[in-house]
Design a protein around this ligand. Structure first.
Ligand SMILES: [Zn+2]
Length: 443
């Protein structure tokens, strides 16, 4: 993912402390160095997820058949408000362990359910308890307005928990769904600009937010390369032009958009208008926490639509426009760029932090390996993730977590699910997993 280097065969990587010191053939390691034999394996930069609602981890898998309307009806309106600070802690802790195990070395916790300052503290406690890299995107989307942004709790969090240095393992930004052009929203955006705090917003969601939101955000001077628009799917070309001119990023969650119905994954639009793309998985309440699925869903969506459009015109696509290399870039450097961390992570480059993922190639799924990038994208899975390093520290080795406590994570998340289930009527729980006709919420 370092364009000056490309894919290098038979190469060593020397890590000193938290940093990649050198990349080259037959490097001499210091006598005391730990040597990890990566012969025949693939080493890639860790994946970066730019949008994951980690508070929903206890409800993993329940939304397999949901549309976005179903998600709002159960997750946002009914279950989100049930979460106690300890539920947030358990969800974020398990979410971090899941991310590390899957090779997602940086995960953005799009924390829309920070009902009280105690909830936010619990999230940050959990994100820092597991030594992966995370971005705490502070949000309180269940509140009716943006008073929470300016009432002191965000400043307190910044002062007490964050140094402002980007090389902290956990950094902070704001997660705000600015849907209407209110004075409150204007003040909250101004607050973020004053403090140089990056912001992320769900945008271009069919039936929910459209061009007007993009025009409003641009009008306040808020859109910039540090602003990430999630989905950005159901928009007109005018809005994509505004986004491109501002330098803002989009986070595409293809599995979410294809199943939920927020809009079609806008990879072709991003290509046409030159908008930088990162990938995200949205929530494990629907699908898995790994980026292999996201890369595949992104390619499938882009190519499938191109073929369909061509066939409708009686033609065939000659060559696929979106390549495996492009989506691997979205999943690594693209994410690093969106989080303003591209000088620190996203590629295997001397001087950057050692956030690395080693995939085995002697598994049945990866043998033989002729096309490294193509096979990472279309063949590899979580079972091939052998070793994961974050900030120079080995957190998974030989397929086993060594720097994250899975047993504790499991105990906490099971206790949390037990509590949540005690608050959710059986009928509601059953209906949620098998949405009956007419059950979809209006929004
Ligand atoms: Zn989302």
């Amino acid at each position: 993912m370092d364009p000056r280097r490309g894919v290098l065969p038979d190469t060593d990587v020397l890590v000193r402390g938290a940093t990649i010191e050198s990349v080259g053939k037959q490097l001499r390691a210091p006598a005391h160095a730990t040597v990890i034999d990566a012969a025949g394996a693939l080493l890639l930069p860790g994946f970066v997820d730019t949008h994951r609602h980690m508070s929903e981890t206890a409800l993993r898998g329940v939304g397999a058949d949901w549309t976005l309307g179903n998600y709002f009806q159960w997750m946002v309106q009914k279950w989100g408000p049930l979460m106690r600070p300890e539920d947030i802690y358990a969800a974020d802790y398990m979410g971090m362990v899941d991310a590390v195990n899957d090779g997602v070395t940086t995960v953005t916790d799009w924390s829309y359910a920070m009902l009280t300052p105690e909830h936010a503290d619990a999230a940050v406690d959990a994100l820092t308890a597991v030594p992966g890299r995370a971005r705490f995107a502070y949000g309180n989307g269940l509140a009716p307005d943006f008073g929470w942004v300016v009432d002191g709790r965000v400043d307190r969090m910044l002062k007490n928990r964050f140094t402002g240095r980007r090389d902290q393992l956990v950094t902070m930004q704001l997660a705000m769904d600015v849907n209407s052009p209110t004075d409150d929203a204007r003040k909250a955006l101004e607050f973020a600009r004053d403090r140089d705090l990056p912001v992320t917003t769900h945008a271009g969601v069919f039936g929910f937010t459209g061009d007007a939101q993009i025009e409003f955000l641009a009008g306040t001077g808020s859109l910039s390369p540090s602003y990430t628009l999630v989905h950005a799917a159901a928009l007109t070309d005018d809005a994509y032009r505004i986004i491109a001119d501002s330098g803002a990023q989009i986070s595409i969650a293809a599995e979410s958009e294809l199943n939920g119905g927020q809009g079609y994954p806008p990879t072709a639009k991003a290509r046409r208008f030159g908008i930088p793309v990162s990938l995200s998985l949205d929530t494990v309440a629907w699908w898995s926490g790994d980026m292999f699925s996201m890369m595949r869903a992104t390619l499938n969506a882009d190519r499938g639509l191109a073929h369909l459009r061509a066939h409708e015109a009686g033609k065939a696509v000659e060559n696929n426009a979106l390549r495996a290399h492009d989506v691997l870039e979205y999943a690594t450097m693209g994410g690093a760029r969106a989080l303003g961390l591209d000088r620190l992570i996203g590629s295997i480059t001397p001087g950057k932090r050692a956030d690395l993922v080693m995939l085995r190639t002697d598994t049945p799924a990866m043998t033989p390996t002729s096309n490294p990038v193509g096979q990472v994208v279309f063949q590899a899975g979580r079972g091939d993730v052998d070793t994961v390093m974050v900030d120079g520290r080995v957190l998974k080795h030989r397929g086993t977590l060594v720097g994250a406590d899975l047993r504790r994570a499991r105990r906490l998340i099971e206790e949390s699910l037990e509590y949540l289930r005690s608050k959710i009527p059986d009928r509601e729980w059953e209906q949620a997993m098998n949405p009956p006709p007419g059950a979809t919420a209006r929004y």
